[in-house]
Design a protein around this ligand. Structure first.
Ligand code: F3S
Length: 398
């Protein structure tokens, strides 16, 4: 790989041993993908945040980065951390987070702050066309598909190395020619395209079929960015998808021709209601026991999405013994808790939190509207209205 004089000096260790290690990490990785040079980035995001016991090796490296007094050069955020406001509800879970305090302290010292998987709702929202180094698959797919900035799915630690160096290797989705659509997807007429649950389920199917190819979706011009966020998170779970062109929404896909860069799709796939029902069943785990936890907000909800859930909860009460979690970033949480909407939370008994409902290892049975949570764990997959009805009843049965 070509390195300029400054990069070469870092690589050779002239700027310190730890910086050289981080440079070697991104250079060697880049070379394995055929990258010929590094490029400057404007933003980074890391998945390495969770102080669970099993991330001790990564936590040790982050501690060494701190000890070397290195700081990130570009705005860098991290995935959600545990929420210490719920010590009673999560008393069984907290003991697993032995590394939490040290890890967060180290990340803050390195200059990483803002703990959410939707950093684009905070101030880590790059501009169209900017090069970034993000991990967290749901965030990467939003970055590429909704914002039109450019990032590959970076790995944990590589993302931090990129943030510190302000660079990543130039390959994959950083190159325009690699952002060309491969497969064209449509929903058949029997599917309600305005139903969020259908769109999220469609995401599961797209990821399964696309693998690491680039899907293009026709017929969702009406979809909101939040809906694309949820669809994209599902696709990035079942597949290695990092970019979806939603015609009429994705900045680089104003029409089908542009999305395919004037080439033809390899295949055209129509998704029917039968396909959607099948995938829901496939990824939903049914429990005979009554639920202990229900969660909405994986990926973290936008402010608008939180308000939609609160509106649905108005006048309702969560049954005793059940935790109903609404997950968003800490800034939105604080704002809502200090507003008139807090009455709805108090009256209903629902909890607004900034944790990740998947990694918090909530006791089972867990019911959620998140396709991603259901793909990665043994949760039951329901839409938001069903989740609220079950939480009110306290049982799965009608
Ligand atoms: Fe976010 Fe956790 Fe889901 S990081 S996307 S809430 S698995």
């Amino acid at each position: 790989m070509f390195l300029n004089r400054e990069e070469e000096a870092i690589f050779s260790g002239n700027k310190g041993e730890m910086l050289a290690k981080l440079m070697k990490l991104i250079v060697k990785l880049g070379e394995s993908f055929g990258a010929e040079k590094l490029i400057d980035i404007t933003s980074a995001h890391t998945v390495l945040n969770f102080g669970l016991n099993f991330v001790n090796a990564a936590a040790q490296v982050i501690h060494e980065i701190r000890e070397a007094n290195l700081k990130v050069k570009v705005r860098t955020t991290a995935d959600p951390i545990i929420d210490m406001d719920y010590k009673d509800e999560l008393s069984m879970v907290y003991p697993m987070f032995t590394l939490h305090d040290q890890l967060i302290d180290d990340l803050l010292h390195v200059g990483i702050h803002g703990f959410t998987c939707t950093p684009y709702f905070l101030d880590n929202r790059p501009n169209f066309g900017e090069h970034c180094a993000w991990s967290e698959s749901s965030a990467v797919i939003y970055l590429n598909s909704v914002i039109g900035a450019r990032s590959n799915r970076e790995g944990g630690l590589v993302d931090i190395a990129c943030g510190i160096l302000g660079k990543t290797s130039y390959h994959g989705l950083h190159l325009t020619e690699n952002r060309k659509g491969d497969l064209l997807f449509r929903l058949s007429d029997d599917v309600d395209k305005h139903d969020l649950f259908n769109l999220t389920s469609m995401g599961l199917i797209i990821g399964e079929i696309a693998g690491n190819k680039i899907p293009v979706i026709e017929g969702l011009e009406h979809a909101s960015n939040d809906e694309i966020k949820n669809l994209g998170a599902a696709s990035a779970s079942t597949g290695a998808v990092a970019l979806i062109h939603v015609i009429g929404k994705t900045p680089e896909a104003k029409n089908v021709e542009v999305a395919f860069q004037n080439d033809k799709p390899e295949d055209v796939i129509e998704i029917t209601m039968d396909d959607i029902n099948e995938v829901r069943e496939k990824y939903s785990t049914e429990w005979s026991l009554p639920p202990k936890n229900l969660s909405i907000g994986c990926p973290h909800l936008s402010r608008d999405e939180v308000l939609i859930v609160l509106e649905k909860l108005k006048g309702k009460k969560i049954a005793p013994g059940i935790n109903f979690w609404i997950c968003t970033n800490k800034e939105i949480k604080d704002e809502i808790v200090n507003s008139e909407y807090n009455e709805i939370l108090k009256d209903s008994g629902a909890h607004l939190t900034h944790f990740c409902p998947l990694l918090t290892a909530l006791p089972r049975p867990l019911i959620t509207n998140s396709a991603k949570t259901c793909f990665y764990s043994n949760a039951t997959y329901k839409n938001i209205d069903e989740c609220i009805q079950i939480a009110e009843r306290g049982t799965n049965n009608d």
